[in-house]
Design a binder for this molecule. Structure first.
Ligand code: C2E
Ligand code: CA
Ligand code: CA
Length: 639
């Protein structure tokens, strides 16, 4: 038993640590410095002995052999110096260390035989020199080879073994003593080497563990943000040099924040863990998955077939996220969207790869959640045109260039106009007319939206002040307008200053407003509501809103999004959605406006659902402020 244990220990000591690539590489790196040094020591010592023996020993022993040995040593030393400039991988390290192990025995034997062959020549001084040479050189070599145990042991055994046997046979007491001394010192050195090697291994393993911990996301066990970007840099360098494609995907969970708010962080964490595991399982080996933070995950895909394969994998990921997750006694279901961008097709460096994937994700989400979006030429064109818009906005004279138009809101059964929605129009001297769907998002992103909102609000209120008392004004607020108490105060100040009765004003917000900071939006809307303003939820049905949210906000109206009305008569699903949204608003005691009614057919179907308030081209496109009074003088008729 003990013997087997010993055998195992010896076996382990004699082996190169193939299964620990980090250790292998660390040993190899230490060697790239130590091995050239060892060959230099070996050569200087060898030529020292050769020089003192030149007048006594034959030329082939003191010149020819040392020359051959020098050439071999120089080649090896230069080889190691070259290695220090190369990237150290496991395979490179394994190859180099295996070769060193093989060579160490051969070279130790060759040098020993040469030294012992010189011994018979010369007098006592020269003989002593040979003994000194062997002793000092073996100690130096063991020292330099301390990071490769098998090689150090091989050299020690060959040199010391021959040394002790040879000098014992010489029957000269001085040489026997030197041989035994050297063997003892070598043994002591090997013992120190073992301890050192253990510490070295421990240090390498600790460093690897620290590195692992610094690069891992502790919640999901996936790579973290830092690991992701360092991996991306490496993968990019490789793709660039190999001429292959590389993709970055960014995954964002749809509606994670509300789950965190409603069920608490512990449940949110569990859900993230589940999703992290699913992502790891569903992605092929060439997809590197990381969690960037919060509910954002990311992927680097190298060596993938084509963009079709990429999108297919993206869809697998989305459906893996969509699968309901049972966490203890609750079952939760959320969605996820992915944006991809591909090098070199649509991005030329890592910064662009990441930014474009993020852009694709953001735009994909606006078009509909739970989708895979590939960054395209259209996105690229949009980025360029947005940049132009941003430029023009920055230099715009908002007071002169912005105007408002008004679209009637009609009560269908009485055919009366009950109010108007103010819609922004921008005429830029450089870009001419720009749609609000284009410039509002740019203004939101660049922090210019509040100034725009205040200018438009002032103008809309000034016009509405001239309208009959029973006509209401609807005004669109952006998410950013509600993002701080200061912004809300600015809006209230503008309303007060206008002299318009706040009770006739409806402020429209979209669901995007409260996805980020629900409690801030709730307090903002409560403040506005307490002023007397109505609060309408715009584009209802397009985003993620739980009923809990709808109840928690002081809403007075919902506006059913245009997308449900379009092809209402062709698509039974749209019909069902509109029907249930209308029922929902009635249940909650909210008014409801159906937006985007364009045709008589649509109106006819809608009328089967009961009394209606609608807005749409069928009654009127948005009209200028001057046309409002004339419009009010006639009953609302369909176009
Ligand atoms: P929204 O608030 O949903 O406004 C309704 C949009 O639908 C308006 O487009 C309107 O002209 C259009 N529309 C109305 N009826 C019909 C119809 O029957 N068919 C079709 N195809 N379209 C119809 P507009 O004026 O281009 O505004 C687009 C979006 O820009 C608005 O959508 C709103 O989100 C934003 N927006 C407009 N004005 C403002 C503003 O003053 N402030 C903010 N924050 N956003 C604004
Ligand atoms: Ca609106
Ligand atoms: Ca709308």
């Amino acid at each position: 038993m003990e013997f087997m244990k010993c055998l195992k220990a010896v076996k382990e000591m004699a082996a190169i640590p193939k299964h620990n690539p980090d250790l292998l590489i660390a040993q190899y790196k230490a060697f790239t410095f130590q091995m050239p040094l060892m060959y230099v020591i070996l050569m200087i010592n060898t030529w020292g002995v050769a020089a003192t023996h030149m007048h006594v020993a034959p030329r082939w022993m003191t010149i020819d052999i040392p020359v051959v040995m020098t050439v071999i040593s120089a080649v090896r030393a230069i080889g190691w110096l070259r290695c220090s400039k190369q990237e150290a991988t496991r395979d490179v390290a394994l190859k180099a260390l295996s070769r060193t192990q093989r060579l160490s025995g051969i070279l130790a034997l060759a040098f020993t035989l040469w030294a012992l062959a010189l011994f018979p020549y010369g007098d006592a001084y020269e003989k002593a020199h040979v003994a000194f040479y062997m002793a000092i050189t073996v100690i130096g070599v063991i020292f330099c080879m301390m990071h490769l145990r098998p090689a150090a042991f091989t050299v020690a055994f060959i040199v010391n073994g021959s040394f002790v046997i040879f000098f014992s046979l010489s029957e000269n007491l001085v040489f026997v003593a030197i041989a035994i001394n050297t063997a003892l010192v070598s043994a002591a050195m090997l013992a120190i080497l073992l301890v050192h090697y253990r510490d070295f291994t421990g240090m390498v393993n600790a460093r690897v563990e620290n590195f692992r911990l610094a690069n891992i996301d502790s919640l999901t066990g996936l790579a973290n943000r830092r690991a992701f970007f360092s991996y991306l840099d490496k993968a990019y360098a490789k793709a660039k040099s190999d001429g292959t494609r590389l993709a970055v995907g960014i995954i964002d969970l749809d509606g994670f924040k509300p789950i965190n708010d409603i069920y608490g962080h512990a449940t949110g964490d569990k859900l993230l863990q589940t999703i992290g595991t699913r992502l790891g399982n569903v992605c092929p080996a060439n997809y590197y998955v990381a969690r960037l933070g919060g509910d954002e995950f990311s992927i680097v895909a190298s060596n993938f077939g084509d963009t079709g394969e990429l999108v297919a994998t993206g869809e697998l990921i989305c459906s893996a996220i969509r699968t309901a997750a049972s966490l203890g006694d609750i079952t939760l279901q959320i969605g996820g969207s992915i944006g991809f961008s591909v090098y070199p097709d649509m991005a030329s460096d890592t910064v662009q790869l990441f930014a474009n994937a993020d852009y694709a994700l953001y735009h994909g989400k606006r078009a509909g959640r739970g989708k895979v979006t590939l960054f395209s030429i259209d996105h690229d064109a949009k980025i360029r045109s947005d940049a132009k818009i941003e430029q023009a906005l920055q230099h715009a004279n908002l007071e002169d260039e912005l105007t408002v138009v008004f679209q009637p809101i009609v009560d269908v059964s009485s055919r009366t106009t009950i109010g108007f929605e103010a819609l922004a129009r921008w005429f830029s001297p450089t870009l001419s007319s720009i749609s609000p769907t284009q410039f509002i998002p740019v203004a939101e992103r660049t922090g210019m939206i509040l100034a725009i909102t205040l200018t438009l609000l002032k103008k809309a209120l000034a016009h509405a002040l001239l309208w009959p008392d029973h006509i209401r004004l609807s005004f669109n607020l952006s998410a950013h307008d509600l993002s701080s108490p200061e912004n809300v105060l600015d809006i209230i100040t503008e309303i007060r200053r206008s002299g318009f009765n706040p009770a006739r004003l409806d402020l429209e917000i979209t669901e995007t407003a409260f996805i980020r900071d629900f409690s801030q939006v709730r307090s903002a809307t409560e403040t506005l509501r307490s002023l007397g303003c109505g609060i309408s939820l715009d584009d209802f049905g397009t985003g993620f809103s739980s009923l809990t949210h709808l109840h928690a906000l002081p809403l007075t109206k919902i506006k059913v999004d245009r997308s449900f009305v379009t092809d209402l008569n062709k698509n039974p699903a749209s019909y069902k959605i509109v029907k249930s949204l209308l029922a929902l608003s009635r249940d909650m005691g909210l008014d409801c406006i159906v937006e985007g009614v364009e045709t008589r057919d649509e109106l006819a179907i809608l009328q089967t659902l009961g009394d209606l308030t609608v807005q749409g081209y069928l009654y009127s496109k948005p009209i200028s402020a001057d046309e409002v009074v004339g419009f009010l003088e006639q009953p609302a008729t369909v176009a």
